[in-house]
Every structure is written in C-alpha cells, then in structure tokens.
Design a protein around this ligand. Sequence first.
Ligand code: ATP
Ligand code: MG
Length: 262
Amino acid sequence: MSTKVEAPVPEPLSLERNGVELTGVSRSFGAITALEGLDLRVRPGEVMAVVGPSGCGKSTLLEIVAGLQEPDAGSARAGAGPSASSAATRRAACAYMPQRDLLLPWRDALGNAALALECQGVARAEARRRAEPLFERFGLADFERSRPAELSGGMRQRVAFLRTLLPGRPVLLLDEPFGALDAITRGSMQEWLAGALLAEPRTVLLVTHDVEEAVFLADRVAIMSARPGRIVATLHVPLPRPRRLTDARLVELRAAALEALA
Ligand SMILES: Nc1ncnc2c1ncn2[C@@H]1O[C@H](COP(=O)(O)OP(=O)(O)OP(=O)(O)O)[C@@H](O)[C@H]1O
Ligand SMILES: [Mg+2]
C-alpha cells in the first residue's frame, strides 16, 4: 500500500494551529462518573495515544473533543482560533472514527466512503469519484460495489477509516481503529497509518487497548486511570520514524507503559 493520503477537499482550517486541549474535564451519566478532572493537551501535528482500562471514559473523551458531547465541568478545545471551544468548531476541525464501524447497510462500500464528503456538501457522484482512487490503497480494490454485509470485519473497518480520512480534517480522532482486525491486517494497517502520518501530518488522538500499537504510532502515550477516568501518566516516545516494532527501545517503552497501567 502506498503511504500518501490526499486531502481532496480544500482545508478551511490551518493545520499549524490545530491542537486539542482539555482542561479539568468531568462528565457523568446519572450516578456514573465517567471522567473527572481530566487534563490533556495534544500539540498541532502530534500523535497522542490514549490507553486505559475498559469503561474508563476513553470513548466519552473522544466524543467530547469531537463536539458530540459537552463536559459537565472544565473546557474542551479542538481546532484553531478563539472559537475552538465551541462544539461547532470542534466538529468542523475533527474527523471522528467511532469504535464501531457504523456503515450504512444499504449503501455500497464506495457510497459509505463518500458519505463524509457528501455531508460537507459535495455532490454524491463527485464524492464517489473522489473516494474511488483510495480503494486500491486501502486494499479494497474490486469491493467498491459491495455492501457492508458482504465485507469482512477488517474490510468494513478500512471503509470506515477511508471515510474518516477523506475530508482531510486536521484533527483525527480514532477510537480503537484496528481493534476488530486480525493480527496480520492490523500490523499492515499500523504500518500504513504510520507512513500516512509521516507523509501528511495531522493532529491525532488515538484510543487503543494495544500498548504496542500506542508506542509504535504515537509521539506520546497518555495513560488513564480506571473510572472516573483522568490522565495519570504521560510517556514520551522519542524514537525516529520510520519505526520498527522489534526495536529494543520500543519494546522497553511498551514495558514502561504496561507498568504505568498496572
Ligand atoms: N450515553 C451514555 N449513557 C450512560 N452511560 C454512559 C454513556 N456513555 C458512556 N457511559 C458510561 O460511561 C463510562 C465510560 O464509557 P466509555 O464508553 O467512554 O468507556 P471506554 O473507556 O471507551 O470503554 P471501552 O474501553 O470498553 O470502549 C461507562 O461506565 C459507560 O457505561
Ligand atoms: Mg470505548
């Protein structure tokens, strides 16, 4: 797979200034406190991985950054300029890939991939035309007309991923993007994403349960506590790219992250 990711739609927000900043964020659902006093800053162009126990509020955190939820207390900013704390600016700055692939069963793969562009006002035929060249790059050639039910789990995930990248938003929010994939596909998708981000940097918040994936892809790894979730440690990954999973320093950092999680 080639490593270039195109941004086919003119980008309204400047990447240089598009970071993410959460300050004192709390969020409860009835009696359940999902997040409490969470602070997190992702610099523009930085890849930040977030790892933490199941149910500690990782998906809630991404939904808040994406502008789909508001914190009960504290502030969330994503994007550029003085309006970065408004939910509308956060939604415009962020491309959010939810934990489940959420493809529309009645649309073929190409129609699903084109969806985010259509939501931006691009005409359906034009959106399909822009999505089509990426199918080969994502290992989906010849499946453009297949419906989600006819695709494997990994292929569905790749269609969802393609849909997320296509509008060229400066902030990528990825919730366990490779969680449903088999080990071999996951490895090649991790390599692909690392290369894509090298070729075209974006600000990335990557939620993963896979500590190895976190240190392989990220500049820093934020470690969350059990619920109520907050960031308890941040690990720097000062390794040059391209990285190799077998690099001894990466193996060491993985062990350090696991220790911080324990
Ligand atoms: N819309 C909601 N209504 C009620 N409770 C919710 C809602 N969304 C999340 N929660 C609760 O908030 C807590 C955090 O959920 P969240 O999905 O953010 O965790 P997570 O870290 O993403 O978990 P996992 O690793 O299993 O994906 C959980 O206890 C969950 O039940
Ligand atoms: Mg989750």
